[in-house]
Design a protein around this ligand. Structure first.
Ligand SMILES: Nc1nc2c(c(=O)[nH]1)N[C@H]1C(S)=C(S)[C@@H](COP(=O)(O)O)O[C@H]1N2
Ligand SMILES: [Mo]
Length: 392
């Protein structure tokens, strides 16, 4: 598809108020009642809780405050009594474990700052080609937090791994209604990812977020945090860890979170699960359809480099002429593995500028492509980010 068509479509629909961009912000803001759990998000659905922050708030700090951190849940938050909470570790281990929170707290504590992002971040941008189902995310299904907890590798070493062990399954304590039954949210990650320890865990069992007890929305009392992987692999309200010789059969690993043209059995069978996220980014300020004056315009946003070890954003560029020329943005905030990079730029705009474009490259060879093929579940939308503006 011609990229100009895409951006015009977005612009026109935004201007007429028919589209995805812009309208949700308005309705959410005018009807806002204080959220019982303290979130200051634009809720895409209230039950279950799925919300993202306004982008202008998102880039105000490198560490995302809990109130601004997106929530993506498939079912209501389970009510868990921390006093009775038990984590089970079983499967291909020498010695299955049942750990209460005090037993967990005897493992060495690690702190990891990592960005979490939903595979469906920016999903609404696929809708101009054909509507995709799922939570209608704009570009706010991302946040950067300090996670504190225990290395999954330490817990697995304590249980002892059998030779055939290859994948680590996670099972949540939530109950998701599917067809006639309820299932927990679950998934798995390759054992290699878990065991790649230096002294920085590649998979954490976190009981704290930004220095406070893990909030209910984010998996209280314990969640997995898998830096570099799509958010879905960071299972919240973690109840069980199963070591296996194969990937998890849980729906959210076996069938969901795949890049498919259709959800027919053959397409799903042929596609592998998504683990690592690709580079992505967005322009956060000004907001879509903002009225600005011609001259120099301040622009800010984020870029999340590919979720591979030791990868950094390398070139972050903005265009005001649909990609004919590009200007480098300056980074600000910290630069850290598995974390987003905040950036700013001052760029000339004229009355003929109708949108700004962001693209970025990273040190793993990742880049935001001009466009990405439409996929049925609307995952991994990481094409050039286009922001419509009105210049006078
Ligand atoms: N148990 C459980 N874990 C879960 C989910 C869920 O619905 N249930 N959602 C997943 C998805 S799709 C994402 S993107 C992240 C979101 O984490 P957050 O709500 O803490 O931002 O949690 C993941 N872990
Ligand atoms: Mo997600």
């Amino acid at each position: 598809m011609n990229p100009i068509y895409l951006s015009r479509r977005k612009l026109i629909t935004a201007a007429t108020g028919l589209a995805v961009t812009g309208t949700n912000f308005l309705s959410a803001e005018t009807s806002a009642e204080p959220d019982p759990l303290g979130k200051e998000l634009i809720f895409r659905t209230n039950d279950p809780r799925n919300g993202e922050p306004a982008l202008s708030r998102l880039v105000q700090s490198w560490i995302t405050p809990v109130k601004d951190f997106y929530v993506r849940s498939h079912a209501p938050n389970p009510e868990i009594d921390a006093g009775k909470y038990l984590l089970k570790v079983e499967g291909l281990v020498a010695k299955p474990l049942t750990l209460d929170l005090s037993a967990l707290k005897r493992f060495k504590r690690h702190k990891v700052v990592a960005t979490l992002t939903c595979a469906g971040n920016r999903r609404t941008e696929f809708n101009s080609e054909a509507k995709v189902g799922g939570v209608q995310w704009e570009a706010g299904a991302i946040g950067n937090a300090e996670w504190s907890g225990f290395a999954l590798s330490d817990v697995l070493k304590k249980a002892g791994l059998q030779d055939q062990a290859k994948h680590v399954w996670f099972e949540g304590l939530d109950k998701i209604q599917r067809k006639e039954t309820t299932i927990p949210f679950g998934g798995s990650i390759p054992l290699e990812k878990v065991m790649q320890v230096a002294d920085k865990p590649e998979a954490l069992l976190a009981d704290q977020m930004n220095g406070q007890t893990l909030p209910a929305d984010h998996g209280y009392p314990l969640r997995a945090v898998v830096p570099g992987y799509i958010g879905a692999r960071s299972v919240k309200w973690l109840g069980k860890i199963i070591v296996s010789d194969r990937p998890s059969p849980n729906h959210y690993l076996a069938n969901a979170y795949k890049i498919v043209k259709s959800t027919s059995p053959i397409d799903l069978a042929e596609a592998g699960p998504i683990y690592r996220y690709p580079i992505n980014g967005a322009i956060a300020t000004p907001e879509a359809m903002a009225s600005v004056s011609h001259g120099l315009l301040d622009v800010t946003g984020y870029v999340l480099p590919t979720g591979r070890p030791d990868t950094q954003a390398q070139r972050i560029e903005i265009s005001s002429d649909n990609g004919l020329s590009w200007q480098a943005a300056q980074t600000f905030g910290k630069t850290s593995e598995y974390c987003w990079q905040l950036w700013k730029a001052r760029i000339p705009v004229s009355t003929s500028t109708t949108f700004l474009t962001l693209r970025a490259f990273d040190s793993s060879g990742g880049f935001m492509p001009r466009r990405v093929p439409w996929n049925a579940k609307g995952y991994l939308q990481n094409s050039w980010y286009r922001l419509p503006i009105k210049v006078s």
